[in-house]
Every structure is written in structure tokens, then in C-alpha cells.
Ligand binder design. Structure first.
Ligand SMILES: *Cc1c(COP(=O)(O)O)cnc(C)c1O
Length: 463
């Protein structure tokens, strides 16, 4: 009987192939032997299932590709031409030059993370940003943790465990991948008491649900959806008034951490952290990497006696942020203090970019694509769990679907070429049309975009 595995090359034979010998300049011998062995095992398993034996060349190429992939694992830089400014899958907010410089500083050598330089004794890692956050929002105290999901989980665990938290049914929501209010509540050990209906909740619904077991009232901002039509919810000030009457804290999960008035840009009003604090929410929570425009973080601001309890809770230690992100967050907050956010913070530069400037850039991009593209009117989105109903007028480069090739249309082929070039450029596919939006790309990146578009056209023509 013929041995089905006979034609598979040996480990030694593969290791002596030129392409693999070249890799020995870069990778240790054992690592390559390991890759070769595993590749052969997989081939053996495939052959056992009846797949024909692959050629030695194909096996060598696969090993080379694996070695290359090992050393180039991401996250790596991508150009976001989707027009979604806070794209969670593409890493949310790009950071300001100042934040990047501060993170660079904090990560080289040592820093005074938990060391008071004045007195020479141990300090707190929180002080660096707490003062800034209090100054900007008017809050008594602040705490920064890993992300907003941990901020909410920490507050519920520390202040509502084994007791009840009242939430409007319309706010027991899911935000993005895996943040669902009922599940966070369960994890914290607090009991969710839903009141009202999906579209209508009255103040008396909350009031009727208050019992001796109630620990807090929770408001959750509908960050990523919009209910239209016959709707009514209870304003934060009314909830606070009710909370005061029953001596209950009110928690406000804001989501995006907006510090500026979004209506200036024709967007819907997004609740700001300052408003939440001035309306006397006991604790307000938000993300660092949404409309705040900084690194990933969970920001808690509010009443000192409550923030102090959170600081002392063991979970706070498990959720703490590192020196690099704290440095980046502090440097992101300073431009807000100086009134320079619109020029310094990338996402606000994108949001406030004038339409004629976007149009000028779209025209240059379209020219790089030759006769494949045209400039059209369209809309950019803020996205990433903020401003669900808000869009910004923009100009798009549109590549239409003509020229079917191997069952795929030209727009899809071009989209794939752009995604797999260096640096990858990601656009938005709308049906059979590829749309590229300059608004979510910083002007500093335009040289890379133009080069990428030109080489994509060349490679499209070659195919
Ligand atoms: C985005 C969001 C969260 C989760 O924030 P992360 O920083 O991603 O953990 C929680 N609540 C609301 C209302 C949000 O919009």
C-alpha cells in the first residue's frame, strides 16, 4: 500500500530550503523548527482526511508567511477613511501631539507616578489628573480607572452590592460589545430594578420603586441609539431632586465624556460632564477615549465622600490605570483648560474641520484615483458610542462598482487593496460603492493617503 504521507518533505529538507535558511538571520533556529514541525503536522492531518499533499514550495511559503506574521502582529497604524470619527474597531480617539509626548516621557525611564517630589514621600497616582478633572468639571473629587465599564462596575460594587439600583427600562441598554447594564449590575452584586417602559418612564415610576433596599438611582445615556416618536424620560435634575428627598445617590453614566458644546457644530446636544456635575449627580462616569479625545480610561467625578469610598475599594486596585495612560490623559485635559481643545485634540479638529477644507482634500484624493472616482456630498459620523443621531456634512470620494472582475466589483477589489497596503487604509463600503471620507483622516496623513491611492490604482490596473 502506498504511504499517503510519503511525499511530505522532511523537517531537515525544509530547514535547508533557501527561503527558510534566510529566515535564520532573523529568527532563532528552534522557533523555525517549531513552525516547520507544526506545519508538517497540519499537513499530515489534512492528508489523513483525504486532502492531496501540498507541494514543498507551498509549505515553505506558508512557513515564511507565518514567521513574518509573528513579528508583525498589531495593533498597527491604520488610516481611518471611514468617516466614523470615533471608530471603536479602529481604536477610538487618536491622541494629540501633547498626549503622545507626555506618554513618551512617562514611559522612558522613571516618573513620579506615586511619589511626591516636594516631600519625598509616597504619593497617589490619582493626584496628577484629579485636580485637572475637578477644575474642568467643577466636581469635588475624581478617580480614574481602566475604562468606563470598570468605572460603573466599581461604583455599583462598592456602593450598591446586595441592594437595589433603580433604572428606567429604556436605559437598561447594551453599549458596544459586551457592556450591558443588566449584566454589569449582576456582576456587581446589585439588583437591577427596572421601572417604566422602553419609551416612557415617569418620575413617579422611580418613586414607587424606592424601598429600604434601594441603594441608588442610575441614569444611563443612550449613547448609541435614539428612540423617536412618543417618548419621555426623566431629566437628571428631577432624578437628583428625588434622590435628595429619599437620601439616595444618583449615578450618571454619561458614556462619551464630552466637555464641549456639540451643538456649535450642528450636532445634537451631547450631555457634558460639567452639566452632570452642576446638576448635582452624586457620581458621573465617562470614557477617556470617546469625545474626551484621550487614551482609554474610565473617569469618575462627583461627591468626595463617595469617590473616597471607591478609592478605598479593593476593585479600584484591580482596575487602576498605568503611568502612560495617566500621563496621556492629563496632557489631553490641559488644552480644555486653556481653551485650545479645538486646535489640539484630533477628534475636535476633525469635528470642527470646515466643509470647504474637507472638499479641497477630497478633490485631491479623487485626482489621485484618476477617472475611477468622483467627489460627492455625504455625512460623517461621530460614532463610538456618542451622538447616535448626529452627523456632520462632508465630501466623499466615491468609487463606483463598474468593471466586474472575478465576481467582485471594482470598488470591493480596490477596498481590499487599500486595506492590505502599508499603511492600511480603511474606507466605507456602501452597497457596491467605496466611499472615502477625509474628515476622519488628519491633514498630516494626506501624503500617505495620496501615495496609497496611487499605488492601489496601479495595482488595480496590473491585475
Ligand atoms: C461607551 C459607554 C460605556 C463603556 O465605556 P468603555 O470606556 O468602553 O468601557 C458605558 N456606558 C456608556 C453610556 C457608554 O456610552
Amino acid at each position: 500500500m502506498e504511504n499517503k504521507f510519503r511525499r511530505l518533505p522532511s523537517v531537515d529538507r525544509l530547514m535547508s530550503e533557501d527561503k527558510i535558511r534566510q529566515l535564520l538571520d532573523i529568527y532563532p533556529h528552534e522557533l523555525l523548527v517549531d513552525l516547520v514541525r507544526r506545519e508538517l503536522e497540519q499537513n499530515r492531518a489534512a492528508i489523513a482526511l483525504g486532502t492531496p499533499c501540498t507541494s514543498a514550495n507551498e509549505i515553505v511559503d506558508s512557513i515564511c508567511a507565518q514567521a513574518e506574521a509573528l513579528a508583525s502582529t498589531g495593533p498597527r497604524r491604520v488610516i481611518n477613511a471611514t468617516g466614523v470619527i470615533l471608530h471603536t474597531n479602529l481604536g477610538r480617539a487618536p491622541l494629540s501631539e501633547e498626549a503622545i509626548a507626555a506618554m513618551d516621557q512617562a514611559s522612558k525611564g522613571y516618573c513620579n507616578l506615586e511619589f511626591d517630589l516636594e516631600s519625598g514621600v509616597r504619593g497617589s497616582r490619582n493626584v496628577h489628573v484629579e485636580q485637572l478633572l475637578c477644575q474642568l468639571t467643577g466636581a469635588e473629587a475624581a478617580l480614574v480607572v481602566n475604562n468606563n465599564a470598570s468605572a460603573v462596575l466599581l461604583a455599583l460594587t462598592a456602593l450598591a452590592k446586595r441592594r437595589e439600583v433603580i433604572v428606567s427600562r429604556g436605559q437598561a441598554v447594551a453599549i458596544g460589545g459586551g457592556f450591558r447594564i443588566p449584566e454589569v449590575m449582576k456582576q456587581s452584586g446589585a439588583k437591577l430594578v427596572e421601572v417604566g417602559t422602553t419609551n416612557i418612564t415617569h418620575l413617579r415610576d422611580y418613586e414607587e420603586a424606592i424601598s429600604p433596599r434601594t441603594a441608588a438611582l442610575l441614569r444611563v445615556h443612550s449613547s448609541n441609539f435614539k428612540i423617536m416618536g412618543f417618548t419621555s424620560s426623566v431629566a437628571l435634575e428631577e432624578l437628583v431632586e428625588l434622590g435628595n428627598r429619599f437620601d439616595l445617590p444618583v449615578f450618571d453614566d454619561l458614556g462619551s465624556g464630552c466637555l464641549l458644546d456639540t451643538t456649535r457644530f450642528g450636532l445634537d446636544p451631547e450631555p457634558t460632564v460639567q452639566q452632570s456635575v452642576s446638576l448635582e449627580a452624586s457620581l458621573s462616569f465617562c470614557s477617556g477615549d470617546k469625545l474626551l479625545g484621550g487614551p482609554q480610561a474610565g473617569i469618575i467625578v462627583g461627591k468626595r465622600h463617595l469617590v473616597d469610598k471607591l478609592k478605598k475599594h479593593p476593585l479600584a486596585r484591580a482596575m487602576r490605570t498605568d503611568k502612560i495612560r495617566l500621563a496621556g490623559l492629563a496632557a489631553t485635559l490641559i488644552p480644555y483648560l486653556k481653551g485650545e481643545a479645538l486646535t489640539k485634540i484630533p477628534i475636535w479638529r476633525m469635528i470642527s474641520a470646515p466643509l470647504d477644507e474637507v472638499e479641497r482634500r477630497a478633490t485631491a484624493w479623487a485626482q489621485a484615483l484618476g477617472d475611477l472616482a468622483q467627489v460627492t456630498e455625504g455625512e460623517s459620523m461621530v460614532g463610538g458610542g456618542s451622538l447616535p443621531g448626529g452627523t456632520l456634512p462632508t465630501r466623499l470620494v466615491a468609487i463606483s462598482k463598474e468593471g466586474k472582475k472575478r465576481g467582485q466589483n471594482r470598488a470591493q477589489v480596490l477596498a481590499q487593496i487599500l486595506r492590505t497596503q502599508e499603511p492600511p487604509l480603511v474606507g466605507r463600503l456602501s452597497g457596491n460603492i467605496l466611499l472615502l471620507d477625509p474628515r476622519s483622516v488628519l491633514p498630516e496623513e494626506d501624503a500617505d493617503v495620496l501615495q496609497s491611492l496611487r499605488s492601489a490604482v496601479a495595482s488595480l490596473r496590473r491585475n
